[in-house]
Design a protein. Structure first.
Ligand SMILES: N[C@@H](CCC(=O)N[C@@H](CS)C(=O)NCC(=O)O)C(=O)O
Length: 216
């Protein structure tokens, strides 16, 4: 096995998805290690004790354990679609996604896990971000939702999260006045990039003697 960066990843994690999408766009080769979140490999926890995916371990031992940092590292190695052309603006939108939107998304999806939370109220608050993405797409992208364009960084950054939002109640989402967002999401899910990065892997060393079992 050549000396490649190692990515610890979990297929359905939206943070890991954005890291995989940026690695794919960059063309940087890496070794994929699928992690079962209940059986995190000791090698991953040694590299990054905080225990979240994604984690990228470089051949020189450097550890990058925030999804955005992995995206930026990959694109700084190689950026054939000029995703970094929009770095500043994209990072602002991704920060909105990771902030308020993610907070309300989690409460909308799992209201019972939080005290005093009303799912519809949380959905309405999360919808503020969805609405702003729809508006932004309408004025900016002129129906260009392609991954292999300089706009790909936006989609990679927030579409995995908007997809969770849409899937929580597909009928409701389909009825919202967000034609650009609905089209962009459909195009994202139909893309080769999505299919490639959503490939299923068996967990790496999930049940090896050195795997650490953590409570959920
Ligand atoms: N800020 C981190 C968040 C990563 C994160 O929260 N990942 C979740 C999965 S989606 C995780 O690994 N949670 C740990 C667990 O469930 O045990 C990043 O951007 O990489």
């Amino acid at each position: 096995m050549p000396n490649l960066p190692i990515l610890y990843s979990f297929r359905r994690c939206p943070y890991a998805m954005r890291a995989r999408l940026a690695l794919l766009a960059s063309g940087v080769d890496y070794e994929h290690r699928e992690v079962a979140l209940r059986y995190k490999p000791a090698a991953m926890l040694d590299a990054s004790p905080k225990g979240t995916v994604p984690v990228l371990v470089l051949p020189n031992g450097q550890v990058i354990d925030q999804s955005l940092d992995i995206m930026l590292w990959a694109l700084r190695q190689n950026d054939p679609y000029q995703w970094l052309e929009n770095e500043e603006e994209a990072l602002k939108m991704i920060a909105q996604c990771d902030g308020d939107f993610k907070l309300h998304l989690d409460r909308y999806k799992y209201p019972n896990r939080y005290e005093g939370v009303d799912a519809h109220d949380q959905r309405a608050q999360a919808a503020v971000f969805a609405d702003s993405v729809n508006e932004w797409l309408q004025k900016t992208s002129q129906n260009n939702y392609e991954f292999n364009s300089s706009l790909g960084i936006y989609h990679a950054g927030y579409m995995p999260f908007l997809r969770q939002f849409a899937n929580t109640d597909k009928n409701w989402f389909a009825q919202q006045p967000w034609p650009a967002l609905q089209a962009a999401l459909a195009s994202f899910e139909a893309s080769n990039a999505f299919k490639t990065t959503m490939q299923a892997y068996a967990p790496w060393q999930a049940r090896a003697a050195n795997a650490v079992v953590l409570p959920k």
